[in-house]
Design a protein around this ligand. Structure first.
Ligand SMILES: [Zn+2]
Length: 240
């Protein structure tokens, strides 16, 4: 019996392999001992189908991505999403008109205000992740006496922020409804975050929703605290 490093996407039971190679070109998908279903049917699927299922927040797709793949570029994804968010906020702040000129984007990156927006977006993300992890650490670790691995949780939280990539089309095509789009994208990202926590902890939906709500609350508090500072970041950057 090999080391159980994978998870069944149906019941979240541990598994030692996703498929067995019979070396003469025959591959057989492993069947879960617990639920008698294929451990991970997605290994046969096209990545687009997996992405669609992930967008639909299917727990199976989340389990496939978080447990049975080795996506380690989540920091790059996170930085890219923050850049998009910073650019969108910057353009909303200045009421910029849509422009198809690529030189505009280069000009914007030279603006200090843009980096200020990037810093604020990073701060909000840190406050959110910190709030979620603190809540789960207190609830699962301290109150229920369970063990909590923060590394996989943080990875799941950052990966499940992939919805922020939707900011790219907002940046490119739309400025008039940017705030509404931001709100909808935020709702989608929070839903994905909740599903990711639920999958990682194999917990009930209420716990993951409560953790995300606490994270959102701490994020809001961080934003308010920044605005209340005697010398806020906005003042430093000379906004308003
Ligand atoms: Zn199973």
């Amino acid at each position: 019996m090999g080391k159980e490093v994978y998870r069944c996407i149906e019941c979240s039971d541990k598994a030692s392999e996703l498929y067995r190679d019979y070396s003469n070109g025959i591959l057989k998908i492993t069947i879960c001992d617990s639920c008698q279903k294929p451990v991970d049917k997605y290994i046969e699927y096209d990545p687009v189908i997996i992405l669609i299922d992930a967008i639909l927040c299917k727990a199976q797709a989340f389990r496939h991505i978080l447990f049975n793949t080795s996506l380690n570029n989540y920091w790059k994804l996170c930085a890219f999403c923050l850049l998009c968010e910073a650019y969108l906020r910057w353009s909303v702040l200045h009421g910029s008109e849509p422009s198809g000129d690529p030189a505009d984007i280069i000009r914007y990156t030279k603006e200090w205000e843009f980096y200020g927006m990037f810093g604020l977006a990073a701060l909000e993300l840190s406050a959110f992740c910190g709030g979620v992890l603190l809540f789960l650490w207190l609830w699962v670790g301290a109150l229920q006496g369970g063990s909590l691995q923060l590394g996989p949780l943080l990875r799941a939280l950052l990966l499940s922020c992939y919805g922020k990539v939707l900011l790219v089309p907002v940046v490119i095509w739309e400025h008039e409804y940017s705030l509404i789009c931001l709100g909808l994208i935020k709702l989608f990202v929070l839903t994905s975050n909740s599903q990711a926590i639920r999958v990682i902890l194999n917990s009930c939906r209420r716990l993951s929703v409560a953790a995300v709500a606490f994270g959102f609350l701490s994020e809001t508090c961080a934003v308010r605290a920044c605005q209340q500072l005697p010398c806020s970041i906005q003042d430093l950057l000379g906004f308003q």
